[in-house]
Design a protein around this ligand. Structure first.
Ligand SMILES: [Zn+2]
Length: 409
């Protein structure tokens, strides 16, 4: 908790909010503090070109594949102090405890801090882990620009990562026995069920697209109701439909689909004109690719039907299409057995939010442990997790690492 709080003071602002955008001075400072803590703990430190940090303890067989654990230290704007750091400091504390107590581990252990997990600056999430997994492609970078106009591709180039060399940071799967990530839940389920630990089965992924309704801007006083082509009323009907169809598909059995229209642009957007153009940003997520894709398809069909009925135009533009990522059931079994042995009440659940683990799952068996978020609040200064739950999560992470390091896997 002392180390977590030290990291949490970097970038602190109003009402205890924390802002450490990727590649900002504050975020770099948090990485420096971590490097210092790793050095104190006697870990061998490796930093790759983007700035991902790997702190290694060799264990009994330094040549073996490593059991790795980590998360990220960057934050959203006005975020909380636990999203990310709990997984990095939790992993550090796990390895420190193993070293201090001379607990025998066969495989090497590694603490990892990934750069740029949050998409808040460039609109590009899980940057560092995507590079390590070899999952960044030049076309992905085309629209990655921050609000000041800095291109992510230029930042990468300044770090020696060219468009042609995006796979240069990819880590060989052979060097990885497992990747584990402790994280706050960022949702209300654990608290509602009174559980202190969540064992994660899969990570939901989004279908994101823009829907643009094109009606006609007209005078709000002179245009009779039956002669209008109001783009915003069409948009309102679609927004209501997104809620309705996602509610119908929100059960675990139906792949826990959730859908949000989180942004809208309106033209002309004045009180005395019928809206001529409405642009909606739609985000549909689910833990099953099949149900998520089906709901996304239904929403697009409905957009077209609404436009047809109202004799207005509509365009659907893809933003990003990803599939949900299953985590490794063997790792979940190890943590589950530990919970059973120790009488810890756990919930087996999917993750609605994205994490570095979904990239690492492409090159290593990956697992995640959740601890409860008070009132499910996340991406907000009011983020809170009970220190006792963080401690329990770190303890479970450590014991899982020990078992995975010592067992055939
Ligand atoms: Zn996070």
């Amino acid at each position: 908790m002392r180390d977590l709080n030290a990291i949490g003071r970097i970038g602190i602002g109003d009402r205890g909010s924390v802002t450490r955008l990727v590649f900002s001075i504050k975020e770099l400072r948090s990485r420096q503090v971590l490097i210092h803590l790793m050095r104190q703990a006697g870990l061998k430190i490796h930093i790759d070109a983007i700035g991902n940090i790997f702190g290694r303890f060799d264990g009994g067989n330094p040549a073996a594949a490593a059991v790795t654990a980590g998360s990220h230290l960057d934050t959203v704007i006005h975020g909380g102090k636990y999203d990310g750091p709990v997984g990095v400091i939790g992993a550090l504390e796990a390895v420190r405890t193993i070293k201090e107590n001379h607990i025998a581990v066969r495989s090497p252990l590694e603490v990892i801090c990934f750069v740029g997990e949050e998409s808040s600056r460039f609109g590009f999430s899980t940057l560092g882990s995507s590079l390590v997994a070899g999952e960044v492609h030049p076309k992905d970078l085309a629209h990655a620009i921050d609000p000041q106009g800095t291109k992510l591709a230029d930042v990468l180039a300044s770090l020696g990562i060219s468009q042609r060399n995006l796979r240069g940071l990819k880590r060989s799967a052979k060097t990885l026995k497992a990747y584990l990530e402790l994280h706050i839940e960022q949702g209300p389920i654990l608290e509602a069920k009174g559980k202190r630990i969540g064992l994660v089965t899969s990570i939901a992924a989004p279908s994101r697209f823009r829907v643009i309704f094109k009606g006609r801007a007209d005078h709000s006083g002179t245009t009779p109701m039956e002669m209008r082509k109001d783009a915003l009323v069409a948009a309102a009907q679609l927004i209501e439909y997104v809620e309705r169809v996602c509610r119908k598909n929100s059960s675990m059995a139906k792949g826990r689909v959730v859908g949000t229209v989180g942004a809208m642009k309106l033209e002309p957007g004045v009180i005395n004109a019928v809206p001529g153009r409405a642009e909606l940003a739609v985000d549909i997520r689910g833990t099953s690719a099949e149900s998520k894709n089906r709901v996304a398809r239904l929403v697009k069909e409905r957009a077209r039907a609404i436009a047809r009925r109202r004799s207005i135009g509509v365009k659907v533009l893809k933003i990003r299409e990803e599939d949900p990522v299953p985590l490794d059931p063997r790792l979940l079994r190890v943590s589950r057995r530990l919970c059973d042995e120790k009488g810890i009440d756990y919930e087996i659940m999917p993750s609605g939010a994205g994490h570095d683990a979904m990239q690492m799952a492409k090159i290593a068996p990956a697992g995640m442990i959740f601890v409860p978020s008070r009132r499910g609040i996340s991406h907000n200064p009011l983020v809170w997790t009970d220190p006792a739950d963080i401690t329990l999560g770190a303890q479970l992470l450590m014991e899982t690492m020990i078992r995975v390091a010592n067992e055939k896997f």
